[in-house]
Design a protein around this ligand. Structure first.
Ligand code: PLP
Length: 480
């Protein structure tokens, strides 16, 4: 076998890292994001991958990036997928000339489980090998917090401290977190807004001494291991739909917030999956849709919508795409990021002339279209999409292609967003036993003042300093 793949920073200021260091590091020490030094070309393997069950395909893809012994990797993947309630893990269902890849059959009913069930077990493996510990700290206004908590609950060598703005997240999302009462899970109900939580998170990760002493770790979508796990379902769904239709390529429509999910699709395309187009779908927070249509990335105000996990203006993973757009030139990426930090605007320049990327199409769907898509998809096709998935279905209609069937990624189960379903259909249609089971359970959360001192004091009280501190941990990119 060739030498294990190493991981480099988009800003070029970090010595290449091993796979394990990349997983524990999160954000690169130079402030950039980590990427594999080369993207594996798997075109020669595609024919043999057709028809593989999800778990086997996952092992084939993950081993291209992760330098983990095959039997160990197989065990990690099998245990991660065992928490999914559907035998196929990601069923791909036909819907009115398109296909829906259901990514929401994990324990918290959003696609984030696919990566976080894997990441929690991967952390456990690396920490056990190294005989060290990790204190994960995060902030959430929605799906990330519950998926992260369920990924690490009950595991040795790690604790998770998850902040949410008290009383400002949906009742279902709050219960999905606070009903997890394992001893290593600390839910912090912050007396403030989500912005307060993010500010506290950033400042705590910026406190180098504290970060080192407690080996702080991040689980947000900047962690490379999350992307790697998400590449798998692009291959799985793409190969299934090509088999079913005889088409030579597919296009994917992806409801997008932090650009993590769709970036995994971009990697799948670069690895050699025949992807005719990636259709990027946003809600009213359309900075990314505007970028792919105009070449200009301009920050705007954040709007609260029915699809809260996409209520993001500055997408943490976008820098990874810019790295490839810059011809893998980290200096250009650093200059673009600096321009954006200073002016709130980034315009592609020079060599590529700012031409739109032909691999991408993009559009936004507002609240009316989202509700109408939920209503109509249910009324006409008997299929109930959650509001994030509905944004995708709505935008996908504008980009039908005769040559390449469309796979729409369904990112959450509708029962997570019952209020939006009621508004769209006038009925209480969205149920799931997982959500119903939360009702009787005891909950645990500690209230916290909105300050860095309060968070650091809480961690000091509930975690031991970690002697053999891990590498510097990245952080500061909060997400809903
Ligand atoms: C997180 C999330 C998204 C957005 O995913 P990104 O990787 O941030 O683009 C979309 N839908 C749901 C349900 C989510 O939880």
């Amino acid at each position: 076998m060739s030498a294990p793949l190493r991981f480099i920073s988009t800003r070029g200021g970090t010595a290449p890292l091993s796979f394990r260091d990349a997983v524990l590091t999160g954000l690169a020490p130079d402030g950039g994001l980590l990427l594999p030094e080369a993207i594996p070309d798997v075109r020669g393997a595609l024919a043999a991958w057709r028809g593989l069950p999800y778990g086997e395909l996952a092992c084939e893809i993950l081993r291209r990036y992760a330098d983990i012994e095959p039997e160990t990797l197989r065990g990690l993947v099998a245990r991660s997928l065992a928490s999914f309630r559907h035998p196929e893990t990601v069923p791909v269902v036909p819907l009115e000339g398109t296909w829906v890849a259901e990514l929401f059959h994990g324990p918290t009913l959003s696609f984030k489980d696919i990566a976080l069930q894997f990441l929690g077990r991967l952390f456990a493996l690396i920490l056990a090998e190294r005989g060290t510990e990790l204190n994960i700290v995060g902030a959430t206004s929605g799906d990330t917090g519950s998926a992260a908590i369920h990924g690490v609950r009950g595991r040795d060598r790690m604790r998770i401290f998850m902040m949410h703005p008290r009383g400002r997240i949906s009742a279902v999302q709050e219960r999905q977190m606070t009903t997890v009462t394992d001893a290593n899970v600390f839910n912090l109900a912050v007396e403030g807004s989500f912005d307060d939580c993010q500010r506290i998170l950033k400042a705590t990760f910026g406190d180098a001494g504290f970060k080192q002493r407690f080996a702080l770790g991040a689980v947000n979508s900047i962690n490379w291991a999350r992307l790697q796990a998400q590449i798998v379902y692009y291959f799985y769904a793409g190969l299934r739909v090509m088999d079913a239709t005889g088409a030579a390529a597919v296009q994917f429509c992806v409801p997008t917030g932090n650009f993590g999910d769709i970036f995994a699709g971009y990697l799948a395309a670069r690895m050699g999956l025949p992807v005719a187009r990636l259709i990027l779908a946003t809600n009213a927070n359309d900075i990314l849709a505007r970028f792919f249509n105009t070449g200009v990335y301009r920050r705007g105000p954040v709007h609260a919508t029915l699809s809260p996990s996409m209520d993001i203006q500055v997408a943490s993973n976008f820098e990874r795409y810019l790295y490839y757009r810059a011809g893998e030139d980290p200096d250009r990426v650093a200059a673009w990021m600096q321009e954006f930090a200073e002016t709130g605007t980034l315009a592609l320049d020079g060599a590529d002339g700012g031409h739109p990327d032909a691999l991408f199409a993009a559009g936004a769907a507002g609240e009316k279209e989202t509700l109408e898509t939920i209503r109509e998809t249910h009324a006409v096709h008997g299929y109930l999409p959650d509001p994030h998935t509905a944004v995708g279905l709505s935008v996908a209609r504008r980009f039908r292609s005769d040559a390449a069937p469309t796979v729409c990624l369904a990112t959450a189960h509708p029962a997570k967003f019952g209020e939006a379903i009621r508004r769209a259909t006038g009925r209480d249609l969205a149920h799931h036993p997982v959500i119903e089971a939360l009702l009787g359970l005891p909950t645990r959360a500690d209230r916290m003042d909105p300050s860095v001192e309060a968070l650091e004091g809480y961690i000091e009280e509930h975690a031991r300093p970690v002697r053999d501190a891990n590498r510097t941990q990245g952080g500061g990119h909060g997400e809903p």
